[in-house]
Write a protein that binds this ligand. Structure first.
Ligand SMILES: C[S@@+](CC[C@H](N)C(=O)[O-])C[C@H]1O[C@@H](n2cnc3c(N)ncnc32)[C@H](O)[C@@H]1O
Length: 208
């Protein structure tokens, strides 16, 4: 996501009750942060947060954590959160370190419009590459669920193949999410942009 530097990003982030600044302190004990034992679902690369905020508003009995690599993007997400949304937290983190902040406590990982990294030599940077799938193994509670949406056919095909190789079963799949039977879809910023110009949205749910 290209975003101009947000000048007061540090202030926005440090003043927010929603941002967890030392997430590694809560590894294996995120229930303390939320003060309950509700299930935890995360979005990696949440961008400006429309999806994860929408999920948290619609599902008060599930805890949501949005992960984003860049400060300026995170700051924009912070500004959109309605007050008193107690089941949402945000973390600034490169997903390469995801296993440093969670231990056997995540129910679902959402990957929405992740960077496709089209060059073969960058394939390991895709969030469904074995590099990341190996890290996800350690953070899931027990059963593993990955939900992906993308406009990028090559990334989608790569994900289907790689998830299957890694032992996941693709239980739901659509090559045109907005004309499918999938219900309760919450649109991301990218999804709104791409679908407005007529692009089809690819969707999968994978379980292991
Ligand atoms: C193309 S944007 C999509 C944003 C949002 N999910 C949406 O659908 O509108 C991808 C986002 O993932 C973030 N991102 C990319 N690689 C990441 C990584 N390794 N760890 C955390 N966030 C990452 C980017 O900074 C960017 O905000």
């Amino acid at each position: 996501m290209r975003l101009r530097n947000v000048k007061n990003k540090d202030e926005i982030i440090s003043n927010s009750v929603f941002v967890i600044e030392k997430p590694e302190d809560y590894k294996g004990k995120w229930n303390i942060v939320f003060d309950n034992d509700n299930p935890i679902q995360i979005e990696i690369g949440m961008g400006k947060g429309d999806f994860i905020i929408g999920k948290a508003l619609n599902n008060p009995n599930i805890n949501f954590i949005g992960i984003e690599k860049y400060d300026s993007v995170l700051a924009r997400a912070v500004e959109k959160i309605p007050p008193n949304l107690s089941n949402l937290r945000l973390v600034r983190l490169d997903a390469l370190n995801i296993d440093k902040i969670f231990d056997s406590e995540v129910d679902i990982i959402y990957l929405n419009f992740s960077d496709p990294w089209p060059k073969k030599r960058h394939a390991n940077r895709r969030l469904t590459s074995s590099v990341f799938l190996e890290k996800y193994e350690k953070i899931f509670v027990d059963s593993k669920v990955i939900c992906q949406k993308t406009d990028n056919q090559a990334l989608f095909e790569y994900s289907v193949v790689n998830l299957s190789k890694y032992g996941y079963t693709i239980t739901e799949l659509s090559m045109d999410l907005h004309n499918s039977k999938v219900e309760n879809n919450i649109m991301t910023e990218y999804e709104k942009k791409f679908s407005a110009r007529g692009d089809k949205i690819y969707y999968l749910l994978a379980k292991k």
